[in-house]
Structures are given as structure tokens and as C-alpha cells.
Design a protein around this ligand. Structure first.
Ligand code: 4GX
Length: 253
């Protein structure tokens, strides 16, 4: 996969991606990340890319012509692909979007700075706007790095068998189940018996039950959206019954 990032701060952009799973994937050539600096496409010697906003107000706006110029250069070097602009005005990114993008031959990310980008550039038909969520960052670079990390780990061969992505939160549309390691007892809390039983079927059932239960408790809308099979509905019922019994036992002791 070819990943292009248009950014005014290319230096050190991808340092986090050099670590761990993504670092290994990049070294193995599963993807290449290339950065492009709009300054290199500026009309003047000083490399001016921004200007004062029409209508007044604080801050600067990234000018459309220089960004368009840079975008043309990026598009000329590889297969056609949409330009994805990261900003709080975009549609919120979900795991399913990353799964779709991981199958594309090319991903292009446009990182904004200052107060944003001239709206006329964003009106290009090949530009999409996406958001990490309802909060404000100081630039699009960290957002792009976050999304690229999430995409690279999904590329075939990026995760070892032990780290397989189908165990992830959301790959099943549910939150992940709890995890435990030694010691068996710590600060009065004991690892659930079933996980130590060696009964793989019972462990799998318990994990699914916890995933359903935690999703019901913490993210009910996710569960609504996903729906449940009759077996899963029984497991959730069990989870809620056990939780109810647990709370009563606590009160009575
Ligand atoms: N999910 N930001 C973009 C530049 C900007 C400023 C004003 C439009 C208007 C963000 C997010 C995010 C900060 C990236 C502002 N764009 N990106 N940047 N949330 O907050 O992706």
C-alpha cells in the first residue's frame, strides 16, 4: 500500500509508526509512507502557504492554489485516490472505515494547520472529510498518524497469528472482553475460575458473554446497531443475571 501524507510538518511525522507492529510492517514493505510539504509548491521564495481570512478574525487559512498544486503533484505519482482531509467537520471514523481503506492500493491524507483550509479546496469532488471525534487538535498530523496506524495493522501479514485482528474490539461489533495474567490473586481480586479451567469452549463462551455484557453496559448503541443472535441474547441474559446476583451477594455480605 502506498500512503501519502500532505503536511507542513513532515519531519518526525511518522516516528510513532516506526515502533512495534507498524514499524515491522513498514520495514517488511507492506506499506510505504511518503510525506509531501505544500511549502515546496509555494508561489514565492519564502514558501508562503497561508493568508489572512476574508471577513477578518484571528489566525490564518491555508490557501487553495498552493494545496491544489501540491495535490496535483501527489496524484501524478501513483494510482488515483481520494484526498482525505482530517478535521472535526468530517464524518467520524469507525473500524469499518479502516477495514475498507486497508484494502485500497493507495491512501492520501491531507493535514490541515492554522484555522483550516480554504473551503473551495474542500469542495473538490475528490476530497473527503473525516474526523477522529468531537474534540480539537492543533493540526491534522497526529490524526493522520492515528488513522494510518489503524490501517497498517490491518494489512495482511502485519499482525502475527497471536495478535490476529479478528480478536479486536469492533471486528465483531463488540467491545473486547477483560484480560488477565498472573498472579491469580491480586489486591483481593481473583482471576475468573473459568479462565483457569482449561475448558476452551467454556472460555470462549465466557469471553463472548463478557463482550456482550460490557458492550451493553458501556456502549448500548453499538449493540443495538449490531443486533444479537438468539444464543448471544441468552448469554447477555446470563451476564445480567450474574451481575444482579453478584451485586446482591455484595450487599448481603
Ligand atoms: N479529527 N484537527 C484539522 C485544522 C482545521 C482547523 C479548523 C478545519 C478547521 C481533527 C479531529 C482535528 C484540528 C485537524 C484542526 N481544520 N482531525 N485541524 N478531531 O481536531 O481529525
Amino acid at each position: 500500500m502506498q500512503i501519502d501524507v500532505i503536511t507542513l510538518f513532515p519531519e518526525g511525522f511518522s516516528r510513532c509508526l516506526e515502533m512495534g507492529v507498524t514499524g515491522r510492517a513498514l520495514r517488511d514493505g507492506l506499506a510505504t509512507v511518503r510525506t509531501w510539504n505544500p511549502r515546496d509548491f509555494a508561489p514565492d521564495e519564502r514558501g508562503t502557504v497561508d493568508d489572512r481570512p476574508f471577513g477578518g478574525g484571528p489566525g490564518m487559512v491555508l490557501a487553495a492554489p498552493v494545496l491544489a498544486h501540491c495535490a496535483e503533484a501527489v496524484l501524478a505519482e501513483g494510482p488515483a485516490a481520494p484526498l482525505r482531509y482530517l478535521s472535526p467537520q468530517g464524518q467520524q471514523i469507525r473500524q469499518g472505515d479502516l477495514e475498507r481503506w486497508a484494502e485500497e492500493p493507495r491512501n492520501i491524507w491531507l493535514c490541515g494547520r492554522y484555522e483550516g483550509v480554504d473551503e473551495r479546496l474542500l469542495n473538490r469532488p475528490d476530497i473527503e472529510q473525516w474526523s477522529l471525534g468531537d474534540f480539537v487538535l492543533s493540526g491534522g498530523e497526529l490524526a493522520a498518524a492515528v488513522v494510518i496506524d489503524g490501517i497498517i495493522r490491518l494489512l495482511p501479514g502485519a499482525l502475527g497469528h497471536a495478535e490476529s485482528a479478528d480478536q479486536d474490539s469492533f471486528s465483531s461489533g463488540l467491545l473486547d472482553c477483560p484480560h488477565y495474567t498472573r498472579p491469580v490473586e491480586w489486591q483481593g481480586q481473583t482471576v475468573p475460575e473459568v479462565l483457569r479451567s482449561g475448558d476452551h469452549g467454556a472460555v470462549a463462551r465466557w469471553r463472548l458473554k463478557q463482550s456482550l455484557g460490557q458492550t451493553w453496559l458501556k456502549r448500548p448503541a453499538l449493540l443495538n446497531e449490531r443486533g444479537m443472535s438468539p444464543d448471544e441474547a441468552d448469554l447477555l441474559e446470563e451476564f445480567l443475571q450474574e451481575r444482579h446476583d453478584g451485586a446482591r451477594n455484595q450487599r448481603e455480605s
